[in-house]
Write a protein that binds this ligand. Structure first.
Ligand SMILES: Cc1cc2nc3c(=O)[nH]c(=O)nc-3n(C[C@H](O)[C@H](O)[C@H](O)COP(=O)(O)O)c2cc1C
Length: 320
């Protein structure tokens, strides 16, 4: 059976420009979850965030918007805007691990407070949209999710996306597959797995272990190797990987040059892209260092052009 693959949200990276260009060059993703939006000074959505989720800016790959909020009224305000834009489902972020967010009891900061989560879910029942949740397994302890599963089960959710790490783990350390397994068994909702799918081998191992998972969300693995979703689905992929990557890069770079102002901003974005993409190249660390040092657009272009002409890609990127 063909798996459902979803591009994970990475704020500052997988914006609408990235998602559109990515899906033009690389097949495999069925949809994407957009990086979170919040209310702007308690009022509306910041215009840059709104632009990211406007349906006309997301024609290549369908998205579900995501909200980061602890206050049901703020959530409702954004949900109403999203419903007016034609969205049918919204995702609630219960995973963000950054202390600036979590310390204010938002994202993963809410996970040790089941009563607050139950109150929130009850209060947003009247929201005009169906709800999906993306969660970690706790803020500090994986046991936290065990108190949350019965609560999630009480409410109608379209899906539960689980990244089986705690908030304090950030993005490091092992994913906790035992706790994920327990959640999968307990959930009455479809469960999407997310975390460290970096190769076909990872996907094969996980899909064999968890055959009842309803979908697979991939973030960093696809930013490193954009061919990965197509490889997992065994789609036919143009064998000239280096040329495809170069075209993808050049198109993305051109879009950012058109949409962003100033070399600092543009290079900042591209350095973010290379933070992941460089891992696809042999000697990628050296290449990344060179790119990170550049402050001039022309110098950046020379380094990148030379990389696409002379640096080899890792075998696991090109062997499928
Ligand atoms: C830079 C960065 C930004 C992220 N932004 C978001 C976000 O806006 N919303 C969210 O739910 N998760 C966010 N995440 C978490 C990812 O969606 C994903 O859960 C995590 O990277 C694990 O999956 P992966 O191993 O496939 O990358 C972010 C992760 C990173 C590294």
């Amino acid at each position: 059976m063909t798996p459902t693959l979803i591009l994970a949200p990475l704020r500052g990276l997988t914006d609408s420009t990235y998602r559109n260009v990515f899906s033009r060059f690389f097949p495999g993703f069925d949809s994407a979850l957009a990086p979170f939006i919040t209310t702007y000074q308690g009022k509306a959505i910041k215009s840059s965030r709104l632009k990211d989720i406007l349906p006309e800016n997301n024609e290549n790959l369908s998205i579900t918007p995501q909200i980061l909020a602890k206050n049901p009224e703020n959530f409702q305000k954004i949900a109403t805007i999203l419903a007016d834009l034609g969205y049918e489902t919204v995702n609630w972020n219960l995973g963000c691990p950054y202390p600036m967010v979590a310390n204010k009891m938002r994202g993963s900061g809410l996970l040790p407070h089941p009563e607050k989560i139950a109150y929130f879910l009850d209060a947003i029942q009247k929201a005009p949209l169906a709800l999906s949740i993306k969660t970690r397994i706790g803020r500090t302890h994986p046991e936290e999710i065990m108190k949350l599963m019965p609560i999630f089960n009480q409410f109608p959710l379209t899906e539960l996306i689980i990244h089986p790490r705690t908030g304090i783990q950030m993005y490091k350390g092992d994913v906790d597959l035992e706790t994920f397994h327990a959640c999968l068994d307990l959930s009455r909702h479809p469960v999407v797995y997310n975390g460290d799918i970096n190769s076909i081998g990872d996907y094969n191992r996980l899909s064999e272990k968890f055959p009842t998972v309803s979908g697979w969300m991939i973030g960093r693995g696809a930013l490193v190797n954009p061919f990965l979703p197509g490889q997992i689905k065994q789609l036919s992929i143009d064998k000239n990987h280096r040329q495809t990557l170069a075209l993808f890069h050049d198109t993305l770079f051109q879009c950012y040059q058109e949409n962003l102002s100033g070399p600092g901003h543009i290079l900042g974005r591209m350095k973010g892209v290379w933070f992941y993409l460089s891992h696809s190249f042999v000697d990628g660390k050296k290449l990344l260092k060179k790119i990170q040092k550049t402050t001039r657009i022309n110098q950046y272009k020379d380094i990148v052009q030379s990389a696409f002409e002379h640096h080899d890609l890792l075998e696991e990127v090109t062997s499928h």
